[in-house]
Every structure is written in C-alpha cells, then in structure tokens.
Design a protein around this ligand. Structure first.
Ligand code: NAP
Ligand code: HSE
Length: 453
C-alpha cells in the first residue's frame, strides 16, 4: 500500500515535470528565493539535464497587501495566509519554510512531512529546539528535511559535513556563525558606532533575525552550533546543556583593550570532541589573536574551521546572512529535493545515528580569560581581587585599569584582569567570591581568550 502511494506521488511529479514550491514566508529570504529562481531558473533546469524545473506555486504570508520592495510582479492569487491550504495544495510538491520561529513553523514542517512533501528550511531555531521530533517524523514518513540555509547563510557547510567529511571523525569546529554579531562588532571597532546603531544597520540590511535578541544573546549561533554538533556526533543535543553568552556586554573598552594586546573580539562558536568522546559546545565573545585567520572575518561574513582526523584543517568562508546568499542555499536544497523526488531516491537529510552522547559540562572546559570588573576605585582593590584568585589557584597574567582622560579621578572604573588557563568552573567559583567584595558594583564580564590551532 505504502509503495503504491509513493508510486502515485512519483507518477504525479515524474522526472521532468515542473515541481511546484509552496513558499512559506516571503520576507528577506523568501523573496530572495523568488528572485533567484526568476533569474537562474533556466540555468538550473539546464544544469540538471532538464530534470529539475522549479516554479513557485503558492506563497504564505501574514499580510498579502504588504508592499514588497525589490520584487517583480507576483500574481495576487499566489498569496495565502492559510498554511494548511499551502501544504495541502496538490500543485505544491516541496514546502519551503522561511517564516521563522518554532510554533507555526513546526506545524507547517510537520504537516508537510505527513503529506510526504519534502521540506527545505533555513530555520535553525526550529531544528535546534524541535529537531528531534521533526527528524523522527522525517524518518517515519521517509521524507527529507533539507536545511543548508540554517547554518552560515550562503556557505555550503551542511552538505560539506554530511557528504565530504563522511569519512572523517570530526575533531572540532570553530567559527564565526552569526553575521549580525560579527557585523556589529566590526562596526563598533572600525567606525566607533554604538551597539544600538550597529544593530539597526544589520537589521536594515536584512541580516538580523525577526527577534534580534537571538543574534546578540548568542542563541542564533548556538542553534547553528547544535546543528553542526548533531551532524558530526550523531546524538540529539539539549540546548540547555550548552554554554551560551552573547555580545550585549561587549563595550568599546573591551575592543580597544583587545586591540592593544594583539587580539580582536569575536563571537566564537567552539565545538570539540574530547578523548573521552564528550563534546564541548559553547558560544561566547572571545579574544582571538589578530594573526588567526578568523580575525580577518569581517562584516556579515562567516567562517567555519573544520578539523577532520583525515582531512586535517579546512576553512569555509562566505556570507553568513542576507537575502541572496541565503537564497542560494535554499535553492541548492530545492534542487536536491527535486532530484530526489524525480529519482525516487527516498530519504535524504539528517538522521541521528546514536541515541546517547555527552556534552562536556561548561565548568570542565578550559581556556585563558579576560575578566572586566566594575569597581569602586580605592586603594587595595586589585589586591583584594588578586587574593581571591590566588586562593583558587588561578594565575594572573596581567591587570589594567584604563583611565578615562575626561575624568581621571572617577570613583567607578573598569578593572581588567587577564587570567591563565583554568577550568571555567574554577573561575566561576572564584568570581562568586569576588562579587561579594564591597568594591564590586556588578557581575563581572568574562570573555574567553582562545588559542585556536
Ligand atoms: P522575515 O524577513 O521576517 O520574513 C518572514 C516572512 O514570513 C514574512 O513574509 C512574513 O509575512 C512571513 N510570516 C511570518 N510569520 C508568519 C506566520 N505565522 N504565518 C504566515 N506568514 C508568516 O524573515 P527572514 O529574514 O526571511 O528569515 C526567515 C527564516 O530564514 C528564519 O528562520 C531565519 O532564521 C532564517 N534565515 C534568515 C537569514 C537572513 O539573513 N535573514 C539567513 C539564514 C536563515 P509578511 O511578509 O506578511 O510579514
Ligand atoms: N541572523 C542570522 C545572522 C542570519 O546574522 O547570522 C543567518 O542565519
């Protein structure tokens, strides 16, 4: 029966018929997909030997009357606000989810899989938070979910890990995988913009999430890190088990101080397998040496360094967000989905291959650190902090209190400590004591100092 049903679907979308796309979401990325198919549709058909012809059959939006810039004429009849109608439409063979979020998006993807319609999505939050359910459904229905656009925008990193690194044990990934944060840090560094002004620019350029808090609090990068780690290590990762902090606390002081020491500040994702097979996964603002290749990743660009036991180090670099680069990845997935439909090759996508795995608790991860304290400046402050650090056997490699030339006798100042490598848990314990000192005015700000291979 199942076989007959599948054959029925295949007859309907035989190898060289045009495949209808149900495009859920017509914002930055959705309209980029429309434009890319308008521009390069024939090229794609030619390159696939005539066998993948794609056309958009239906478009889901919240507001069909909304004015949409940089888009040719779209027939009004194509728009719907009813996702069920889009998924059920017999003219829709592949469903593209680009609305974002984890509620309606979940329903759309689940309904498409149940209808045996392959799904293409760029929604990392959805897959990182609810991927276990969706990929189980994908397996059960033998219907793939493609998600190249979910990690690092236009960089084809998902397919690379899935296919090109299949023969490697992945020792680590380290990377800059949030374009908005990288753009903001760059504008603060190079143009002296405030955090707010730089974020507004990133939003206007279409880089930021609908909820930009996810970009700046580190969770967008964390969702991507979860997807990469799950692909590489094969077990479902609970978002609560990983350590995430964002760039909201980065101040010009930190950027300038990093610069003076030969570092740059980047929001870095680190995923590393340890000899006991536990996996370290964390996203944090980090000092990285100016000489490291990741230091020269500017603007909206992303870079992912992959270390495979056979391939060694490889670096993947490109635009990590924005309309056209992201649409490029969505369209590549559409072609893959179309090929699979035409050739009846069944399931393709991510499947966890082991049930259990172990995320290394963040307290057991070790690096050197930069810690900024907001202190009431009085004699003995440095000694008081240093005493507690020494009691916890944490070495200090430097300390500094930048003087504000406009107010050299300020009562409240930033005091910066550079600390030797130690487990993060040890640092947390020491800082909990330091915070109790009456000279400390707020929670200390901690950045990692990464020594990348
Ligand atoms: P966006 O510009 O905010 O567009 C969202 C679109 O979805 C809009 O067309 C909106 O309709 C529609 N929509 C939202 N909620 C809906 C609902 N409940 N029902 C019906 N339609 C709904 O978002 P985007 O930047 O294109 O991002 C889309 C997805 O791609 C997200 O998952 C994001 O994480 C991911 N992504 C984005 C980028 C990027 O650079 N922007 C890069 C990689 C991945 P209206 O037009 O009527 O408002
Ligand atoms: N908001 C995301 C970023 C979009 O800035 O990287 C790409 O996933």
């Amino acid at each position: 029966m199942e076989k007959l049903r599948r054959l029925g679907t295949l007859r309907f979308v035989n190898a060289c018929s045009s495949l209808g796309i149900g495009l859920a979401g017509f914002g930055t990325v959705g309209s980029g997909v429309w434009n890319t198919l308008e521009r390069n549709g024939e090229l794609i058909t030619g390159r696939t030997g005539g066998c993948v012809q794609l056309h958009i059959a239906k478009i889901l939006v919240r507001d069909p009357a909304k004015a949409r810039a940089n888009i040719g004429e779209v027939p009004a009849a194509m728009f719907t606000t009813d996702w069920r109608a889009l998924v059920a439409d017999p003219a829709v063979h592949i469903v593209v989810e680009l609305i974002g979020g984890t509620t309606d998006a979940f329903e759309i993807v689940a309904a498409a899989l149940r209808a045996k319609k392959p799904v293409v999505t760029g929604n990392k939050a959805l897959l990182a938070e609810r991927g276990v359910e969706l990929f189980a459904l994908s397996k059960e229905t033998n219907t793939p979910i493609h998600f190249e656009a979910a990690v690092a925008g236009g960089i084809p990193i998902i397919r690379t890990v899935q296919d090109s690194f299949i023969g490697n044990r992945i020792l680590s990934f380290s990377g800059i995988i949030n374009g908005t944060s990288n753009y903001i840090l760059g504008r603060m560094t190079d143009a002296g913009l405030t955090f707010e002004a730089a974020l507004a620019e990133a939003q206007a350029l279409g880089y930021a999430e609908a909820d930009p808090a996810l970009d700046v609090n580190g969770w967008d990068a964390a969702h991507k890190a979860i997807l990469l780690a799950t692909l590489a290590y094969g077990f479902p990762i609970d978002p609560a088990s990983i350590h995430v902090s964002g760039i909201e606390q980065v101040r010009p002081t930190d950027i300038h101080f990093a610069k003076s020491l030969g570092y740059v500040v980047k929001l870095l994702a680190v995923i590393r397998e340890h000899p006991d097979r536990s996996v370290e996964i964390r996203v944090q603002p980090s000092f990285i040496a100016k000489s490291n290749i990741l230091a020269s990743v500017h603007g909206v660009f992303n870079a992912v360094a992959v270390h495979g036991d056979a391939a060694g180090e490889s670096l993947f670099y490109g635009r990590g967000a924005g309309q056209d680069p992201t649409a490029s990845s969505v369209v590549a997935d559409l072609v893959e989905a179309g090929r699979a439909l035409g050739n009846a090759s069944g399931h393709r996508g991510f499947l966890p291959y082991r049930e259990n795995g172990h995320v290394l608790p963040v307290r057991e991860t070790s690096t050197a650190y930069y810690v900024r304290f907001d202190v009431t400046d009085r004699p003995g402050v440095i000694a008081e902090i240093a005493k507690i650090l020494a009691e916890h056997r944490i070495g200090i490699s430097g300390t500094h209190s930048p003087v504000n030339p406009a107010n050299p006798d300020a009562e409240f100042v930033d005091m910066v400590f550079l600390l030797h490598t130690c487990p993060f848990g040890k640092l947390q314990d020491a800082l909990a004591e330091v915070e109790k000192l009456d000279c400390i005015n707020s929670e200390p700000v901690v950045f990692r100092i990464e020594s990348l291979g």
